[in-house]
Design a protein around this ligand. Structure first.
Ligand code: HBI
Ligand code: FE
Length: 293
């Protein structure tokens, strides 16, 4: 996928960051929890405390409810314990991985209801921005929503779709779908827009911007439109796609995408900031300050 460098593509043989023992052929490792240092647990607590203060009124209820139950505030979580709780809830499991893994392996895990969680934690100087997912992005950002049955089923279907897309040379389209939903998706709620994307929920700045700024587009999710739309890696998103609820997301990715891929291959992709004729640019939330005045 163009936005993640998988392990093999790391031409510089980039040092793999520690905290694990040997990987197996599915790139699964054992989390070496004892190897995390006091400083790393302290950094985890700082990251967690910053985000935990931001999510009320900004993250969707499903995320907030699950996060509370994960008891992950005081130290880097032990994946096995969280995996046991998750399995009881939605039959998903967590598998520890050393970092980005090849697309095929990634989708095979999702298709089998296994979510890959990176074992290494960013350095203090990466507090505000990290290029590749680390344990904070993966665990804080992705794991809570796996407790939501509809989202959990969607992600397994997405994994199966990814394996099909690989065979149809259509990975670019599915990577865009993942980016604009699982990573940077917004969802409607009676109280206004809320974030459910892991990339937003694990970041300090974008969680406010994505809901309240007048700059980005906000468009109701349509799978084909999402798969046509390029995205930004190195800045806040210029477009956010909005789902009405998780059933909307599940239904949007239900159909067989083969005919859509054929259409998309014949069309030009769209710039990240597109707004097509007839498309409604949904309004941002009235931010707390304004609503008081
Ligand atoms: N590997 N560990 C990990 N996490 C990801 O989110 C991930 C990956 N490999 C590939 C990948 N994502 C993308 O290609 C897909 O999201 C499309
Ligand atoms: Fe992610």
């Amino acid at each position: 996928a163009d936005f993640f460098k998988t392990l093999e593509e790391k031409s510089d043989g980039g040092k793999l960051r520690g905290n694990y023992s040997l990987a197996d052929e599915r790139y699964v490792v054992r989390q070496d929890w004892a190897s995390y240092t006091r400083e790393q647990h302290a950094l985890w607590r700082r990251l967690y405390q910053r985000q935990a203060k931001l999510v009320p009124g900004r993250a969707c209820d499903a995320f907030i409810d699950s996060l509370a139950g994960l008891d992950a505030a005081d130290a880097i979580p032990q994946f096995e314990r969280a995996s046991d709780a998750l399995y009881k809830a939605t039959r998903w499991q967590l598998v520890a991985v050393p970092g980005l893994i090849p697309d095929q392996t990634f989708f095979e895990h999702l298709a089998a209801r296994r979510f890959p969680v990176t074992v290494w934690l960013r350095e203090p100087h990466e507090f505000d921005y990290i290029v590749e997912p680390d344990v904070f992005h993966d665990f804080f950002g992705h794991v809570p929503l796996l407790f939501n049955p509809v989202f959990a089923d969607h992600l397994q279907e997405y994994g199966k779709g990814g394996l099909k897309a690989l065979k149809l040379d259509a990975l670019t389209y599915l990577a865009r779908l993942y980016w604009y939903t699982v990573e940077f998706g917004l969802i409607q709620s009676p109280q206004g827009l809320r974030a459910y994307g892991a990339g937003i929920l694990s970041s300090g700045g974008e969680i406010g911007y994505c809901l309240s700024s007048a700059k980005p587009r906000r468009i109701l999710l349509d799978a084909e439109r999402v798969m046509r739309t390029r995205y930004r890696i190195d800045s806040y998103q210029e477009t956010y796609f909005v789902i009405r609820d998780f059933e909307h997301l599940f239904a949007a990715t239900g159909p067989d995408f083969t005919p859509i891929y054929a259409r998309l291959k014949a069309m030009a992709s769209l710039p990240a900031n597109s707004l097509l004729p007839g498309e409604e640019n949904l309004p941002p939330n009235v931010s707390a300050e304004e609503s008081v005045s």
